[in-house]
Design a protein around this ligand. Structure first.
Ligand SMILES: [Zn+2]
Length: 226
């Protein structure tokens, strides 16, 4: 009798533990991601704001990536990013890792990136991917274009928290508000960490913060590292 009672107690304990384990397995972190063709309204916005027929990637080669992310409020948010079809799956894995790290992201939505300029966040601290444009010259030299495509034009680059991770050249950047973040030794929320760099490295992407010489693009990650 006592043995069977003990067995029953153990069974309840084990089943309880299994319940917890299976509940955890169903939703280990609360992270979600999905990848799909650009919906018609977004396709129209991207065409208007960030694409023309001379661009190196057709609109049909782009995907909308939805990922959970942690905001500066510490809460889970639903984020959106446009990138190349080939990059979307690997990027979903990167953002899963950033979510596990509780790495805070300020803004990451297609409205913030491609919506009417007047409705975009005034802090311009928008994380995003695809943008058909030339590579931006180093703030060392200034000007607006380099004559070669940015990796963003291929949908194979992502910028993360541009305010906290400025594009710096010779001690200058385009956004004066990012100046406090030239000092990379003192970490503040939203600044790219070694763990964030490793997350992108796990899919073979390089970081602009590793560029040598007088120019570093701390917000920038890309498939080629350029
Ligand atoms: Zn970039």
């Amino acid at each position: 009798m006592r043995v069977s009672t003990l067995a029953a107690v153990l069974a309840v304990l084990i089943l309880g533990a299994l319940d917890l384990a299976s509940a955890g397995a169903l939703q280990p972190t609360g992270f979600h991601s999905s990848i799909r063709l650009l919906p018609a309204d977004l396709r129209a916005e991207v065409r208007h704001e960030a694409w023309d027929p001379g661009c190196p990637v057709p609109l049909s080669g782009l995907r909308l990536l939805n990922v959970s992310y942690v905001g500066f409020d510490g809460q889970t948010h639903s984020g959106e990013l446009v990138g190349a079809q080939s990059a979307s799956g690997p990027l979903a894995r990167v953002f899963h890792r950033l979510y596990e790290l509780h790495f805070p992201i300020r803004h990451m939505s297609v409205a913030d990136m491609y919506g009417p300029p007047r409705s975009r966040p005034s802090d311009e601290d928008v994380s995003g991917g695809f943008e058909c444009r030339q590579a931006a010259p180093s703030p060392c030299v200034g000007g607006s274009g380099t004559g070669s495509w940015s990796e963003h034009a291929f949908g194979e680059a992502v910028d993360i928290n541009p305010l906290e991770n400025p594009y710096v050249g010779c001690g200058h950047s385009r956004d004066p508000a990012s100046r406090p973040y030239f000092n990379r030794a003192r970490h503040r929320p939203g600044m790219v960490t070694r763990a964030v760099v490793r997350a992108f490295e796990s899919i073979g992407w390089g970081w602009g913060g590793n560029w040598g010489g007088n120019t570093q693009d701390y917000m920038h990650f890309s498939a080629t590292g350029h």
